[in-house]
Design a protein around this ligand. Structure first.
Ligand SMILES: C[S@@+](CC[C@H](N)C(=O)[O-])C[C@H]1O[C@@H](n2cnc3c(N)ncnc32)[C@H](O)[C@@H]1O
Length: 273
């Protein structure tokens, strides 16, 4: 496993994923009844944007730094902007929150959160960050298998799947995990992040989801540039299962602003399959 999220924290893809995650959590926590969240690929939970990795890649500079300075960011980014301000005590964004920090902040008493991270060093940092949080557990293990094994059979459940896509079978394992989770809990909501390189791979993934999971999905593509070079990460996509109906306009706002403002000839597409 070579992937280190510290190089990518706060980039355009994190902005889209985390703004959507906070929009989804706001809706799910507005409803009565406990919510369980399972984060299959949690990372370390908090990132130092002044660290070697972030400075080397420059991705946060082109992402969260521009969002924080933007005069025209849509209201759908407000919860993420507020979270980054809180984390940094109102000063310039030196630290950036990962999904565990954002999820833990959003949960109410009685909700619960399982954060899975396979790398022992990143899991150590995550465990330390989360240790005082009520209702939060961390696991240094394979998040795909943990989601299927630990999904509660009843009650409201959100599964976040955000792999590094280093392994050839990541797409197949996402499909297998969603099928397994929804077999246990038909009402589960899911948010999946995927890179957009070439459309063939992504369309194949959506077809497999339809065949093997069989649930309608809301798809939000943020194309940062025309998809002409399949070797580049040309954008990212979110796939939502069981999402509230009003997520669609929120996703349109987030993805369009990101593609238009941070992309080069970018565009957003939000559709149901
Ligand atoms: C894209 S990062 C996650 C970022 C995080 N979800 C966030 O939004 O802040 C992917 C993480 O998954 C971890 N990982 C890779 N394979 C895994 C697996 N099978 N189970 C759990 N974690 C895994 C990597 O070490 C990496 O930290």
């Amino acid at each position: 496993m070579n992937y280190r999220h510290a190089f990518h924290a706060g980039n355009f893809a994190d902005l889209v994923k985390h703004a959507a995650l906070l929009q989804l959590l706001a809706r799910l926590t507005a409803e009565a009844g406990p919510l369980t969240v399972i984060d299959t690929h949690a990372g370390r939970g908090l990132y130092d944007l002044a660290g070697v990795e972030a400075r080397k890649s420059g991705e946060a500079e082109a992402g969260i730094a521009r969002l924080m300075a933007a005069p025209d960011a849509p209201a759908e980014f407000a919860p993420l902007i507020a979270a980054v301000r809180t984390l940094n005590g109102g000063a310039a964004a030196r630290r950036y929150p990962g999904s565990p920090w954002l999820i833990a902040q959003a949960l109410r008493p009685g909700d619960s959160y399982l954060a899975c991270e396979l790398r022992p060093d990143d899991h150590g940092a995550l465990r330390e960050l989360m240790k005082a949080r009520r209702g939060v557990r961390t696991l240094c293990d394979d998040g795909y298998a943990a989601a299927i094994a630990q999904a509660p059979a009843s009650g409201r459940l959100l599964v976040l799947i955000d792999p590094p896509f280093e392994q050839r079978d990541d797409y197949a394992r996402i499909v297998e995990t969603l099928a397994g989770v929804r077999r246990r809990n038909r009402a589960a909501t899911a948010l999946v992040w995927a890179p957009l390189k070439d459309l063939e791979t992504f369309d194949g993934f959506l077809r497999d989801l339809e065949d093997q999971v069989g649930a309608p999905a809301l798809v939000a593509e943020t194309r940062m540039r025309p998809l002409t070079d399949p070797l580049k990460m040309n954008g990212c996509a979110l796939v939502l299962l069981g999402a509230p109906d009003d997520m669609r306009p929120a996703l349109e706002a987030v993805c369009s602003w990101t593609a238009r403002t941070l992309g080069e000839g970018g565009e957003a597409r939000v559709y149901s399959v």
